[in-house]
Structures are given as structure tokens and as C-alpha cells.
Design a protein around this ligand. Structure first.
Ligand SMILES: [Mg+2]
Length: 188
């Protein structure tokens, strides 16, 4: 049975580090101070800037998909998105790219860091039927705490695998992952 993928957005589908960093730079934050994969409000608070100022500086036309992402998405019957991104930025990018995930949850859907439970519920998908693809330690934690298999977006050179992670070296590998049984590499 084909399983259902849920993706992180920044650093997983979108090669967005430069766009994210540029918005902070416009507000006087040095690029080396910026870290990725966090709730935007927390990263803004850490860096001493207002979320609204950040969102107004973020260029929703700047980030492009990683190579191979468009082809992979075109082969999927169902997919979901679960991101810590600000909803205004994220929805504008989905519209620009013409991407229509079945469910797209952004930071406003969670009271704190993103969780997969609401996305699974909205899609009517059990944890064992889903795969979460992400690039950060927080993504791995999200997957594990929801009982969902985690796959590392290995096409992003910044993504770091942990022992036991399945690493997809290119986006089309995801299609193969969906058609195989869940790996038994870890359990709750
Ligand atoms: Mg990410």
C-alpha cells in the first residue's frame, strides 16, 4: 500500500536558506547569527526583531524548489505540508509555485512548535501510513513523537542524519519510500 508523505517546507521542498537569511539581513542581523528549523516567533525573539518586520522583509518570490522536487510532487496522489513558517509567507509561496497539498499547516495552526498530529487528523491518515520528510532535528522529533517514520531530505547539504535515519539522496527516492513497508529501524 502506498503511504502518504507529509513534508516540511523550508530546507526540504524549498531551497530557502538564502531568502530566510536575506530578510534577517535587511533588519540588521548578521547571516552567521541565523539558525534554521525553528518557530519563526522564537527565532525573531532570539534575534531581537519583530515577527511582523521579518514577514514584511521576506521575499516570497526568492526561494526556489530543490532540483527534482517538482517532478517528485507531480507523481504524488496525496501529500501534506507541515511547517513552522509564517502562514502569509508560506501560503504566498504555495500559490506562486502552484502547489496544492491536501493539507498545509503553518505556524498559526500550532500553539508552539509544529506537530504532525493535526496534519494526520486533517488528512485522515494513521501515523503508520504516513512518512514525514524534513531537514532538521526538530523535524525528526516531530515525526518520532507522532509515531511517524522520518526521512531525511538528504538533497539539502545542510541536513544532518542521525544513526538509524533513512536518508533520501534525491527527491524521487521518496516515491520508492512510499511504496515499501515502514522500516523497523526505530520504534517508540
Ligand atoms: Mg526545514
Amino acid at each position: 500500500m502506498t503511504r502518504i508523505p507529509i513534508f516540511d517546507l523550508d530546507g526540504t521542498l524549498l531551497d530557502s536558506d538564502a531568502a530566510l537569511t536575506a530578510a534577517f539581513a535587511e533588519l540588521g542581523v548578521a547571516p552567521e547569527q541565523v539558525t534554521f528549523g525553528h518557530v519563526l516567533a522564537e527565532e525573531c525573539a532570539r534575534l531581537g526583531i519583530a515577527v511582523e518586520d521579518y514577514v514584511s522583509q521576506y521575499d516570497v518570490t526568492a526561494a526556489e524548489p530543490f532540483p527534482g522536487i517538482e517532478e517528485m510532487l507531480s507523481r504524488l496522489e496525496r501529500w501534506g505540508l507541515c511547517s513552522n513558517k509564517h502562514p502569509d509567507s508560506g501560503r504566498a509561496e504555495l500559490a506562486r509555485l502552484g502547489w496544492s497539498p491536501e493539507v498545509a499547516l503553518f505556524a498559526d495552526a500550532f500553539n508552539g512548535p509544529k506537530r504532525l498530529g493535526p496534519a494526520l487528523d486533517a488528512m485522515g491518515v494513521a501515523p503508520e501510513q504516513a512518512v514525514f520528510i524534513g531537514d532538521s532535528d526538530h523535524d525528526r522529533l516531530c515525526a518520532r513523537s507522532a509515531g511517524v517514520e522520518f526521512v531525511v531530505a538528504g538533497w539539502n547539504p545542510r541536513a544532518r542524519a542521525e544513526p538509524g535515519d533513512f536518508v533520501a539522496t534525491e527527491p524521487l527516492v521518496i516515491c520508492q519510500v512510499l511504496d515499501r513497508p515502514r522500516s523497523g529501524k526505530w520504534s517508540l
